[in-house]
Every structure is written in structure tokens, then in C-alpha cells.
Design a protein. Structure first.
Length: 319
């Protein structure tokens, strides 16, 4: 039996090898990113584990005996779910490995924006003392309305943290039970109302046909002037051209982004030249415990698939 890791950013795969070898499964790996490389790598795999490699219909069609595709992560937008469903291959994610890390990072971003942390740190390092921004740019969460888009595991953890600061928290999620939102001290809202009323909007929803480009020129125009935008979900939720325009006009007073479209950010992209933007290289989920949980879960799912066991966290409806 053979499992394949298409690509990875970890120092090694010793943890995965230990788990799979105990199940009698040999592990093969690559750093494949093109269709031709991926096709040859996955053709004879009994299970495929992937991180960022694009598993499109061509690649999935080359899988002769794969019993599962497992994504290192929560989002599965690099996998063609319909192509896998047509082949009867379950696609699994790891939905609960980094909840605290991403929620903490979200609050770090929001507080850095509302308290102008980076601006003042940079000024002091440069030898300048005193207030470096207009007083109005220093805000308190207790006086703000924060809109949380998405009420999954991470969205719920963000709401829990935000409500501790005493402000108003609006929540939009089309599949969430409003009673559960209210039980978490949030206020259920439609998306248009959330965009219109929030002083800060933070995104925690997956990339789907319905959510891609949800923050665009039209929706930004409907927001308050001076709103803050935080995105730790997926880069393609936001139209990057509209984002830069809104920062330049003052419609957005600031943004904090752990994700972007495209990634990595091109070196000549205008977003890199905006002082009111905090950027990180898609690392909000990172911590030693979280990465360990992710890798163990992915390898265990692959082993379970090869053994013919019922799989958890299947996202494409294949039983």
C-alpha cells in the first residue's frame, strides 16, 4: 500500500511516516505543483495527501486507485471536489487543528489596527516620540461594532474573544442557527446589514462560488467610511484592486491581511506600498502544537482510508 504527499512546507515527513508505516503503508512524496508532475506522482497512490498543489480534474482523473484525498488544512479550494466526487473519491480536510491560533491572530490584527500598534512602534524605532496618527484613528473595541462573516469553528472562537471587549458583534452565516449566534452574545445579521453597520469587518468563511469576491467595489461602497477590514480566510474573498482603491480614497482606514490573491503577493503590487495595511504570509494557523495536530490528523485519515474505515471530515459528500 502506498500513500503520497504531493507537496509540503514542513522540515520533514517523519511524523507521517511513523503513523503510516504502523498501518503497513509506504510513504512517497514530492514537491509537485504542475499537472504533469502531479499526474505521475499520484497515479498509483492508495491515498493522496496534499497541501497547496492544484489537484484539478486532470490530476484526479489520473488517480487509478486512490481511496481518499486529504488536505493539510481546513480549506479545500485547491482540490476539484466535483471531479473527486465523480470518481467516487472522498476528499477530507482537517477542520479543527488551528482554531485558537487563527482566532488569536484575528484579535492581534484587529487590536493592532484599532490601537495603531505598528505605526507607533516603527516611529519610536526611527527615533520619533509622540502621537504619530490622528487621535481619531485610535479606537476602543468597546465603542465599536465588529462584523464577523462566518460562524464556523474559527468564527465562533473570534466572536467569543470579541464579546469580552464589550462592543457589539454582528454575525453573518447563512447556515448558522440564529439562536446559537445569540447564545454566543452575537447579533445575527444579513450580509448587507453587517457591511453597512460595522466599524470593522473580519472574514472567516470558505472560498466558494458564492463567497469569492464578496468584498468588491459595490460592497465596499456600502460600508461606513473609515471601516477596517481583516481577512484571515482566503485571499480571493476580496477584490484586491477594489481594496487598494478603497484604502486610497479613505473608504477603508486600514486593513490586516494574512491571505491575498495571488499568493505570494507580487513584489510590485500596490498593497505593499500602503502604510495602513498589516500583512502576513498566510501563517495565522501556525504553532508547534497546531502543526503537529494537522500532520497527525492528515496521516491518520490517509491510513484509515487505506484500511477501508469510515472517514470523518469528508467535504465532497462521498461516503
Amino acid at each position: 500500500m502506498r500513500a503520497v504527499v504531493t507537496d509540503y512546507t514542513f522540515p520533514d515527513l517523519e511524523l507521517e511516516k511513523e503513523i503510516l508505516s504502523a498501518a503497513g503503508v509506504a510513504l512517497h512524496s514530492g514537491q509537485a505543483r504542475t499537472a504533469s508532475d502531479l499526474v505521475s506522482l499520484v497515479a498509483d497512490a492508495d491515498a493522496v495527501i496534499t497541501q497547496f498543489a492544484p489537484l484539478n480534474a486532470e490530476v484526479i482523473g489520473a488517480m487509478k486507485k486512490a481511496k481518499a484525498i486529504v488536505r493539510y488544512g481546513i480549506g479545500v479550494d485547491n482540490v476539484d471536489l466535483e471531479a473527486a466526487r465523480a470518481r467516487g473519491i472522498p476528499v477530507c480536510n482537517v477542520p479543527d487543528y488551528c482554531i485558537a491560533e487563527v482566532a488569536d491572530h484575528t484579535l492581534a490584527f484587529i487590536l493592532a489596527l484599532t490601537r495603531q500598534v505598528l505605526v507607533h512602534s516603527n516611529r519610536v524605532h526611527a527615533g520619533t516620540w509622540g502621537l504619530g496618527t490622528p487621535l481619531a484613528s485610535l479606537r476602543s473595541l468597546a465603542d465599536m461594532t465588529v462584523g464577523v462573516v462566518g460562524f464556523g469553528r474559527i468564527g465562533r472562537a473570534v466572536v467569543k474573544r470579541l464579546t469580552a471587549f464589550g462592543g457589539r458583534v454582528l454575525v453573518h452565516d447563512p447556515v448558522a442557527d440564529p439562536a446559537e449566534v445569540e447564545a454566543a452574545s452575537g447579533v445575527p445579521s444579513d450580509l448587507g446589514g453587517l457591511f453597512a453597520l460595522s466599524d470593522c469587518v473580519t472574514l472567516h468563511c470558505p472560498s466558494t462560488a458564492q463567497t469569492r469576491g464578496m468584498v468588491n467595489r459595490q460592497t465596499l461602497a456600502a460600508m461606513k467610511t473609515g471601516v477596517l477590514l481583516v481577512n484571515l480566510a482566503r485571499g480571493d474573498l476580496v477584490d484586491s484592486g477594489a481594496l487598494v482603491e478603497a484604502l486610497d480614497t479613505g473608504k477603508l482606514s486600514g486593513a490586516a491581511l494574512d491571505v491575498f490573491s495571488p499568493e505570494p503577493i507580487p513584489p510590485d503590487h500596490a498593497i505593499l506600498k500602503r502604510d495602513n495595511v498589516i500583512l502576513a504570509p498566510h501563517i495565522a494557523s501556525a504553532s508547534v502544537p497546531a502543526v503537529g495536530r494537522l500532520r497527525r490528523a492528515a496521516a491518520s485519515l490517509a491510513a484509515a482510508a487505506i484500511r477501508g474505515e469510515v472517514l470523518g471530515s469528508v467535504v465532497n459528500g462521498v461516503v
